[in-house]
Design a protein around this ligand. Sequence first.
Ligand SMILES: NC(=O)CC[C@H](N)C(=O)O
Length: 202
Amino acid sequence: MTEAPVIGVLALQGDVREHLIALAAADAVARPVRRPEELAEVDGLVLPGGESTTISKLAVLFGLMEPLRARVRDGMPVYGTCAGMIMLADKILDPRSGQETIGGIDMIVRRNAFGRQNESFEAAVDLKGVVGDPVEGVFIRAPWVESVGAGAEVLAEHAGHVVAVRQGNALATSFHPELTGDHRVHGLFVEMVRAWRTAESL
Ligand SMILES: NC(=O)CC[C@H](N)C(=O)O
């Protein structure tokens, strides 16, 4: 068996711990990433849910925004959930002032599209690439994808709105698989990281 891939979780704000646990359960070595030197050492990165405006500001403050963009541009696999999905969008429809994204997926997202905190909900989602039953989608002040460009593939929709997208090695979901105890989506991401590592070492 090949060595487990090392996958970071951007640990500036948000539900970092839950992702670390889900990645470990999906057979990755998981560690928090707060500094550029830590980013340089991982084979893949998860961008957690939280507050995308805060994550954006802290990424700039910690000198991580440019290194993040560079690694995504170079093809490092990334997976963003909720606020993390917003961070991967090339464009936000309704950004807060000064809010930046890493980008990487040719899509426009609408923040808080599914409503406020007390309108959070769960729904079964059929996610392309995950075998078996639908995944349980936990939507918390979730964004939806308003439109996707030609390079991006839609992996799931809910109530007529796009909620999961992949472009190359960048994966994004509006919902939070890290909160359900079902590690299949993290498993899918770990496989993306393994494939990339293998391709890079050839
Ligand atoms: N659960 C979440 O990550 C919420 C995302 C939040 N609404 C944002 O705009 O960043």
